[in-house]
Design a protein around this ligand. Structure first.
Ligand code: PLP
Length: 383
């Protein structure tokens, strides 16, 4: 057998440039409301082609801030995919609105766009979509439903750095796009997020509300300590240290993405040979962000998933599950909304049968062959 490797599911790639940037901020003494946050916003906006970018403390904070700023709250409904991170629905609930879940489609795990219209009611204010594992949602179809019913469109782009939709970056086809810089995502600021929008007035409002609704910040005050509060708001800012890391990470993004897509394609080809696993109809192409490669076990092996995961772990291959249950089946939502087994059959199957495999830039092409061989051995061991 080959030598044992250590292949974590996700591992931030950072080094000397990020370290130097952090030390520089610490030496300068400006830790919030400084030039690094603005520079980071500009660099991420330039990289994605976004007219406006507002850095925030996380993707979840960004989505909550967006609903709050758009006046979505009690009595309102927002359509949310069942197959996503809890944060997509939590942001709606935190705003006081109700999440109305829609099942996934088989081919990609993305929200079933054909089922969205049927979920619209007179209370619906917005449609939230998630580019699941970085595969673009059919935004033309989503926007058509939204236009027809006068709804806002929020893109949860936490897994979609690099995802391209109709010649533009994810997050720019709807009204807003929210990104995550949590450690295992495409790039990191430790904790952090950013909101992209084409709407200058909305960007201005988000900047006001992310910092208490205070009308002027340190550098803008004629008399130190003198300011007014013109709106209700949060403390959802990004710090200068996080922004400084982010500036360096954006410089590496093209390389990160090329590595991910190349790894994804190699692993996909290697896995396509295995008869007992099914793959989504995605290819790690230029429109996808290749967050990870999720393989689906046949129903009869679903109960053995934990054994396969344990066997892979013993061979040094880290895995994850995106996501372990449909959000409406998580205890909080199940108890609140009375979800029953079978309500979201496609999301349930993906949750029950999938194993997410690493393709991140911490890994080389050679690691993909190792992962595929490890999977083959794990499946063979099941007997
Ligand atoms: C990771 C993730 C989030 C949460 O991002 P944070 O920056 O940790 O708030 C939200 N949505 C999706 C789809 C995610 O994968």
């Amino acid at each position: 057998m080959e030598e044992l490797r250590n292949i974590p599911f996700g591992k931030p790639v950072m080094g000397e440039p990020e370290q130097a940037a952090v030390l520089q901020v610490m030496a300068g003494g400006i830790l919030v409301h400084g030039p690094k946050t603005e520079e980071f916003e500009q660099s991420f906006a330039a990289w994605t082609g976004a007219p406006h970018a507002v850095a925030v403390s996380s993707c979840t904070a960004g989505m909550h801030l967006v609903y709050f700023a758009l006046g979505i709250g009690a009595g309102d409904e927002v359509i949310v995919p069942a197959q996503t991170h809890a944060a997509t629905a939590h942001a709606v609930e935190l705003a006081g609105a109700r999440a109305v879940f829609v099942d996934a489609e088989n081919a990609t795990g993305n929200i079933d766009v054909d089922a969205i219209a049927a979920a619209v009611t007179p209370r619906t204010r917005a449609i939230a979509v998630v580019h699941y594992l970085g595969v673009p949602v059919d935004m033309e179809a989503v926007n058509a439903v939204a236009r027809h019913h006068g709804l806002l469109v929020v893109e949860d782009c936490a897994l979609a750095v690099g995802t391209q939709i109709g010649g533009q970056h994810a997050g720019l086809s709807g009204d807003v796009g929210c990104f995550s810089f949590y450690p295992v995502k495409h790039m990191t600021t430790a904790e952090g997020g950013i909101v992209l929008t084409r709407d200058a007035a909305l960007a201005q409002k988000l900047k006001l509300l992310r910092a208490f609704g205070v009308d002027r910040h340190m550098g803008q005050r004629a008399t130190p300590g003198e300011y007014d509060v013109v709106a209700l708001g949060f403390n959802y800012r990004m710090s200068e240290i996080e922004a400084a890391i982010g500036i360096e990470q954006v410089k590496r993004l093209d390389g990160f993405l090329a590595r991910r897509r190349a790894n994804y394609r190699v692993l996909r080809v290697a896995l396509a040979r295995l008869k007992s696993v099914e793959l989504f109809s995605t290819d790690g192409g230029e429109s996808e962000s290749a967050y990870c490669l999720s393989m689906l076990l046949p129903e009869e092996l679903a109960e053995r998933r934990k054994d396969i995961i344990a066997s892979l772990k013993a061979q040094g291959v880290g895995t994850s599950i995106y996501y372990p249950r449909p959000v409406p089946a998580m205890t909080y939502y199940r108890e609140k909304y009375g979800t029953r087994p079978g309500d979201f059959p496609v999301a349930e199957r993906i949750s029950r049968c999938s194993i997410a495999l690493p393709v991140g830039p911490h890994l080389a092409e050679d690691d993909m062959f190792y992962i595929a061989a490890a999977i083959e051995r794990s499946l063979a061991q099941l007997g």
